[in-house]
Design a protein. Structure first.
Length: 135
């Protein structure tokens, strides 16, 4: 588990990839917990997908025109990003096998995934991530 803002887990993908499916298991340890961001190349390039556990107790997919919120308890959740369309820059968003939203636009444009960043939301927060799958 991560426990403060100076630690976290970052995976650099070499080579960068264009999967049509991405999934992971995550478990927040506190109500306001961790961020999961996917970038095309580096953390300075603007995240394409950004999910967090917010202070109101929601799993939030940060998206335009508005965030997509799903209430959560402090347990494990399986997030799936399906049907990634690299030409339209959209995907379908699932939590625990349930379709939450279809045709969600990338938060920022990109043509591949190159970095996954999982990090705590603030001091005293934390969580776990496991079984990251891309295909």
């Amino acid at each position: 588990p991560t426990t403060n803002t100076s630690t976290g887990v970052m995976y650099t993908l070499q080579p960068t990839i264009q999967p049509t499916y991405l999934s992971w298991w995550a478990r927040p340890l506190t109500k306001y917990s961790n961020f999961i961001e996917l970038y095309p190349t580096s953390a300075n390039s603007g995240s394409m997908i950004w999910q967090l556990y917010d202070q109101s107790g929601n799993i939030a997919l940060v998206s335009a025109p508005s965030d997509i919120l799903v209430p959560h308890a402090l347990s494990s959740y399986h997030t799936e990003i399906k049907n990634i369309n690299w030409q339209q820059h959209t995907f379908d968003y699932y939590i625990d096998g349930r379709l939450i939203a279809a045709g969600v636009a990338f938060r920022s444009p990109g043509n591949q995934f190159g970095l996954i960043d999982y990090f705590p939301a603030g001091s005293g927060t934390g969580g776990c991530i496991d079984q990251i799958l891309m295909k």
